[in-house]
Design a protein around this ligand. Sequence first.
Ligand code: MSP
Length: 509
Amino acid sequence: MPRFYITTAIDYANGSPHLGHAYEKVLTDVIARFRRLLGDEVFFLTGLDEHGQKVQQSARARGIAPQQFVDEIAGEFRALCAKLEISHDDFIRTTEPRHKQVVRDLLQRLYDQGEIYQADYRGFYSTRQEQFLQEKDRNPDGTWPEIYGEVTEIIETNYFFKLRAYQDWLIDFLKQNEDFVFPRYRQKQVLEFLAEPLNDLCISRPRERLEWGIPLPFDEKFVTFVWFDALLNYYSAVADKPGTWPATYHVIGKDILVPPHAVYWPIMLKAVGIAPPRSLLVHGWWSINGAKMSKSTGNFVDPIAFVDQFGADALRYFLIREMSVGQDSDFSQQQFLARYNAELANNLGNLVNRVLNMTGRFAGGAVPAAESSGDAETELRTLWEKTRTEALALGEGFQFHLMLERAMTFVTATNAYVEKRAPWKLGKSTTPADQALLRTSLATIAEALRLAVTLFAPVMPATTDKVRALLGVTPSGSWREQLEWGASLTGAKLGAAAILFPKPEKPAG
Ligand code: MSP
């Protein structure tokens, strides 16, 4: 069985989860479920980045110890994962002993190998970003961009990692591995960044300035720079699971590609003698109502409120349907409701109702066998063959928005087929030909519904389970086999009518 190790970024534990965090988890979950369904042995990791200045500051602002603070935040992030039906195999926290031990061991190895040295550092420091800045980071008028917050000039003795020594190696590596970053155009951005000489990386912070971190094993007066600590989570979580490393995909947002994931991370691994990850999958950012998401201005979406009102599947569907992986997208309640009503309630929900109601009315609630096959049946079946082939290929290429679009088009075509055959009219006729066509149409729509929800499984697992239960289906065989048109529903006793996607009374906040 092919192994597939996939991770999300680990979120900063300095605040509550937001829509961006929810999206990344859902996207990674969809990939994990998709690969499992295709037969891969998946290991899916997510977690929290719990050290560093921002966490220390947030805990101080609340007047509680950092550990208590991150324990609370970890509870919120775990609850978000449960709400969103995230199927992760592990949730790592960088304050766990298993992680700290690996960080210290690897730092010691790098130190012993001469990859880390001590030097004085004088420079402009941004507390908000926890990083020293360079001249090129200034605005044209000499001021510092707002994202850096307060910037002060400081001199510090610190430890440095020899990043620069690996610059040529990394350039060669990227040229030989053109698919290291998905989408490909983002790999170009990495090479552009590498066109300028790299500086060695300052990997320590004096403890008098920052307490909340992993002490360096060779000098306990310092703690580890939070990125150096955090990036190692991907490896520390599976260090005791032979055969899992290297990761197949690290799923991250575009803001943390360069330099952390595409420069520091492969070089850290190379220097310590561990294989690099196979690829980085870089998604775009969500804005809200056309503007940057921000809690302070109130331009903020609480993913939990949406799940509570519409269910996890509805939010999962919207996020995956709306965003093309790699591009940015906008979230608005209006657009969410438009898709919810048109695609989930009126299209898919309607088909479910029709299958249940009409099978109940005209066939005593049991799916009849298909008898005759006319043009309309052949057309629908041909569309399904095309939908299945295209949808699987699109999913393998991370084009899940198009995979869903194809699946929904098939649902629309099935509803159109219902209109065309009009079982309610056939039901009134007593001719044997009409009766045979009635049975055929009921069998056809039940099978079409089964196939559609089987295809939706990676994105809307609960809906798939619910509809399968209503159809009396116990899936067997591989997913690819389950996606083949067949007659497994013949004789199945269907459940009572159910409303899968109820019309909202008032919108979520
Ligand atoms: N802790 C670091 C990552 C360390 S990984 C070794 C971090 N945390 S974060 O909480 O700021 O962001 C976590 C992930 O959420 C990142 O991949 C980031 O791109 C993503 N998102 C944060 N805001 C986002 C949007 N508005 N939209 C989509 N994703 C966004 O960076």
